[in-house]
Design a protein around this ligand. Structure first.
Ligand code: ATP
Ligand code: FE2
Length: 346
């Protein structure tokens, strides 16, 4: 009895943000306290029957799963909707139908509960959850996922992009190759992780196009060559996966190292879905060591898209006076991270 009362009292003093993530194939809801304790992080992934993500079908999955995921997240956090202080949502960048589904759920909840709404930039959320979980303060970040390949660091009020992909993202490159090789997503294992498993058995490094242009990278030539070799059927799939990883990862490592040398930051953060890859972690760890910087990698639960990162970034924004009125809550499909003011840093 006494214990119950204590729990209730503690909760009354605490503030909570519920975050909704729906930019692409995942619908996820997370709950964070205003102090950065993650109380829940529940995800439901849309897996296409074949091929890549179909935005409208992913959006349908999100609207069908929304109430279940919400209920599960609140249950895990042991909160009632009325306990929430704010609602945060991924406002962009991402796929239109998917973003709109999450935004609609967020608007409905915030209006019904009569609490503030906070639109969050998805890319910044990947960085902020990495910082929260690794206690990094001012890192240079390599953010690599299905839709993004970015080297960024904070400077004068914003995150600045030091380097990025000129065409496809690293995760997308791995995913397309995996699909061409007929690898199937199973037991929730991402395609990139399947490539990683095969790559670990590779022994021969095949020559593939390596394209670093100044601070940027280009992945499409590499992908085309890897797929062409695959179709010829003369190379072992393990060697192709190994060579694709080695080449692509060396490219992003090179621009990260250049960004690190230029900014002289003392921490290197690896975040986004591809951050779960052990080989990439090892490469980035090595450049961090060479430059006397601390290597920080986001834990895998928070590497792929998740509601917790949106909830936490919502807290950072809201506690620095950022709210999103309903009439300004339209989704932003191409919202770059360097367009966003980040008053919570510096
Ligand atoms: P964004 O909008 O940030 O680009 P996204 O939809 O791509 O988001 P994330 O969940 O951040 O989502 O990243 C998913 C990507 O991560 C996929 O390309 C997936 O294959 C890749 N990935 C996940 N695990 C691994 C791994 N172990 N090795 C390589 N790639 C991985
Ligand atoms: Fe993402």
């Amino acid at each position: 009895m006494v214990k119950k009362q204590r729990v209730r009292k503690k909760k009354a003093e605490e503030s909570y943000c519920l975050g909704i993530e729906s930019t692409a194939d995942d619908f996820s809801v997370g709950v964070s306290t205003f102090k950065g304790e993650i109380l829940a992080n529940i995800r439901s992934s849309y897996v296409p029957a074949e091929g890549g993500i179909h935005p409208r079908e992913a959006a349908r999955h999100h609207s069908e799963q929304a109430s279940t995921v919400l209920r599960e997240a609140l249950g895990k956090a042991a909160l009632k909707p009325a306990d929430l202080s704010i609602i945060a949502f991924s406002q962009g960048p991402g796929l239109g139908p998917c973003l709109r589904t999450g935004a609609t759920v967020a608007r409905a909840l915030a209006s019904y509960l009569d609490i503030p709404l906070v639109g969050v930039n998805h890319c910044i959320a990947h960085i902020e959850i990495g910082k929260l979980k690794t206690e990094a303060i001012d890192p240079i970040t390599l953010y690599v996922s299905g839709g993004n390949t970015i080297v960024a660091a904070f400077d004068a009020g914003r995150y600045r992009v030091f380097g990025e992909t000129l065409d496809i993202a690293l995760g997308n490159c791995l995913d397309v190759f995996a699909r061409e090789a007929c690898l199937r997503q199973k037991q929730g294992m991402p395609l990139g992780a399947l490539v990683e498993k095969l790559a670990a058995k590779g022994t021969r490094l095949l020559e593939l196009p390596y394209a670093v242009k100044g601070m940027d990278v280009s992945m499409s030539g590499l992908l085309t060559t890897a797929v062409t070799l695959l179709k010829k059927g003369k190379c072992r799939l393990e060697d192709l996966c190994y060579s694709l990883q080695e080449t692509a990862f060396s490219m992003v490592t090179e621009i990260s190292e250049r960004g690190l040398a230029h900014t002289e930051k003392k921490e290197v953060l690896l975040t986004g879905g591809v951050a779960a890859n052990r080989r990439l972690q090892a490469m980035i760890e090595e450049i961090a060591r060479e430059h006397d910087a601390r290597f920080c990698v986001v834990p895998s639960e928070f590497a792929v898209d998740n509601g917790a990162m949106i909830a936490w970034t919502g807290v950072l924004a809201y506690t620095h006076d950022i709210v999103t009125p309903i009439n300004q809550s339209h989704v932003k499909l191409r919202w770059r991270l360097d367009e966003v003011e980040v008053p919570w840093i510096g």
